[in-house]
Design a protein around this ligand. Sequence first.
Ligand SMILES: [Zn+2]
Ligand SMILES: [Zn+2]
Length: 346
Amino acid sequence: MDVRVNCMRAARLHRIGEVLSLEDIKKPEIESEDDVIIKMRAAGICYSDIHVIDGVISVNTPLTLGHEISGEVYEAGSNTKLKKGEKILVHFMNPCNKCKYCLDGKSMQCINQFNRPEYGFSADGGYAEYCKVNYDRIVRLPDTLPIDFAATLGCAGITAYHAVKSIADINVADSIAIYGTGGVGLYALQIAKACGAKCIAISRSKEKLKFAEELGADYSIDANNIKEVKKVTEGGVDVILDFVVNEESIKNSQKILANGGKIVLVGVSNKPISINPQTFVLKELSILGSLVGSKNELEELVWLASSNRIKSIVKKHYSLEEINIALNELREGKIIGRGCIIFNHQ
Ligand SMILES: [Zn+2]
Ligand SMILES: [Zn+2]
């Protein structure tokens, strides 16, 4: 008898600060008629995993990480109306759909969000051969959308989409600075271009700036030469999407914003930053926070991606066994675009 029949391989965090442990654990089972067991096909690798490992985002351990989850339905409870083999993507957050914020269509402000299972953060995620989620979090995928591209829409894509469309509320005449050209920044760039905005990519990495140009950036500027931004805009940028969020990015942002400009903080740093209130008052600036995005937005984004309006940023594949190598490369800034785990089921 195959001893692995009820087991699966998973990459789990046991203690903050440690590498993920690759181990054989029990395969998840249907416990409620709302449950879906996903046979994993692809899991994008996000910098939030590093924040979890470092304790910047707090979680309870042991935990299977991985929140960019895509695959196919393996088993589904009777309430789910899903069929075995259907291609799906997971919206990893879990708003209640009942509080006043959810009812007002602002599910990212849900008061119950952090008390409910979030896959890869407070419930086991997708760095495993199988993953169990509530069917309410499932987005169906068209067959034509590559599965690795789809996985990365689950966090990088949706975070970019929400920041550009719902929080920054970009206009066609706006100039936008994409501060930080990691995975989320590169999707934000493409979405802002699709809205008609002029886009300026800012990074310290020549390679990442080159990729940003390939994806449609109108200008690419080294963070050391921040004054260049003023030369290519009429008095500054209207919106800065800050994916870095540190003292330097905030200081630079205050130098390049146009009157009435907005800074949208997307990176989840927990270190304090300082602003000069006088600059904010005299120029009527605003500073806003942006958290992931709703399931409806994810469905819109899947449509946008399958209509070829945005391109995949996945540049490198890894096996599950290579997860710690991948996370290390991400930490060192060596991954251009997005890295993605691809599952090879026996
Ligand atoms: Zn709610
Ligand atoms: Zn993420």
